[in-house]
Design a binder for this molecule. Structure first.
Ligand code: NAD
Length: 368
């Protein structure tokens, strides 16, 4: 079997710092679990702009299309704020998502027991929470035409168009059902079929995919506004939620905040299966480059480490090793280790970025 390939794009600010810790974890799996990766590292965002004058070079884009998975840190920083829109660091990220057609955005909301008091909701509502929001990422109202601001009857009108084709709905629904099969076998689809035609089509196509391809998975439907309410009331009722780009944007932020800090949140963006059966995939923490703490050893590397755990599970079929890595994270948190962002009123042992990475590697070793 060929060694799986991984393109690492640390990016800017704390992106590079947290990625250093992920490299320790990757090396550990190579050394101790016979799970080696063919790793290449390259530039994205401001770092790529500084060297090549563009936030993602064509050569890096070509590499991205060839590898089994991409792991990205974060892009951006105040020094790039005045650049022309076309070369801003974020454009590098958008180019990757667009050219790889990464249409399914996976945002897990997982609440580690040791951090349950961090949530704004009661402990029993969030402790042990483990749900997954699948947001359609490349279509819907953020992309639909016509759009714009124009004059009509002597006043300005702002227009955006919600538009979905059957095939766009079908492919993201399949992603959600496939995920549910590896989890607790439940999908809840959210839209506004009561007031939107695109919602009626969404509900119909998701039901068809269910009936024809995944009858063994439990499917329910919910209006997205009620879904938001239910996410705050009793989120543990869900396993996988699948929804469109706009509702997914809102609902995944709500779900993410159930769990506490930005420094804890991983994500994945998946596209169509490649020849080897693996989906095109990019894994990245939800947080940005955090210029306010960059270079100070304060960044929490867990979001990026958990993004690698997602890569193990969803790109490399190493669910058991992903569980092992998540358990190692759980252990260091239960032991009271805290980067600054996790330091609550109950205190804990303050650790730096690299101390957190080292502790997770040590917890991995003690899991053997
Ligand atoms: P941010 O996520 O970088 O930071 C928000 C706050 O959270 C800051 O106070 C930061 O210190 C803290 N924080 C974030 N990640 C943390 C971590 N791992 N550990 C500890 N604390 C953490 O968002 P922002 O400040 O709005 O944006 C900063 C830059 O990042 C901007 O240039 C923005 O465009 C960019 N950005 C990039 C991405 C991405 O690469 N995916 C996402 C969001 C923002």
């Amino acid at each position: 079997m060929t060694t799986p390939s991984l393109l690492i794009l640390p990016g800017d600010g704390i992106g590079a710092e947290v990625m250093t810790e992920v490299r320790k974890v990757i090396d550990w799996f190579g050394a101790k679990r016979d799970l080696a990766f063919d790793v290449t590292e390259d530039l994205v965002g401001g770092a790529a702009y500084d060297k090549h004058g563009v936030p993602l070079s064509d050569a890096t884009m070509a590499k991205a299309q060839e590898v089994d998975a991409i792991l990205l840190g974060a892009v951006g920083g105040p020094q790039y704020d005045d650049l022309d829109f076309s070369v801003k660091p974020e454009r590098g990220l958008l180019r990757l998502r667009k050219e790889m057609d990464l249409y399914a955005n996976l945002r897990p909301a997982q609440c580690f027991d040791a951090l349950a008091d961090f949530s704004s909701l009661k402990r029993d509502v969030v402790a042990g929470l483990d749900i997954m929001i699948v947001r359609e990422l490349t279509s819907g109202i953020y992309f639909g035409e016509p759009r714009g601001i124009f004059e009509e009857n002597g006043e300005r009108v702002g227009l955006n168009t919600q538009r979905y084709t059957e095939s766009e709905i079908r492919r993201v629904a399949r992603s959600a059902f496939e995920l549910a099969k590896r989890r607790n076998n439940k999908v809840c689809s959210m839209e506004k079929a009561n007031v939107m035609e695109s919602g009626i089509l969404w509900r119909g196509v998701v039901s068809e995919v269910h009936e024809n391809e995944y009858p063994e998975v439990e499917l329910s439907h919910m209006y997205a506004d009620a879904g938001g309410m239910q996410l705050c009331r009793w989120p543990k009722q869900f396993d996988v939620i699948v929804t469109d780009n706009l509702f997914g944007d809102l609902l995944s932020d709500v779900a993410a905040m159930l769990t506490g800090s930005l420094g804890m949140l991983p994500s994945a963006s998946l596209g169509a299966p490649m020849e080897n059966g693996r989906p095109k995939a990019m894994y990245e923490p939800v947080h940005g480059s955090a210029p306010d703490i960059a270079g100070q050893g304060k960044a929490n590397p867990i979001a990026c480490i958990l993004s690698f755990a997602m890569a193990l599970r969803y790109s490399f079929d190493e669910g058991t090793e992903a569980d092992r890595l998540e358990a190692a994270v759980e252990k260091v948190l239960a032991d009271g280790l805290r980067t600054g962002d996790l330091m609550g009123p109950e205190g804990g042992t303050p650790v730096s970025t690299s101390e957190m990475g080292d502790a997770i590697v040590a917890a991995l070793t003690s899991s053997l």
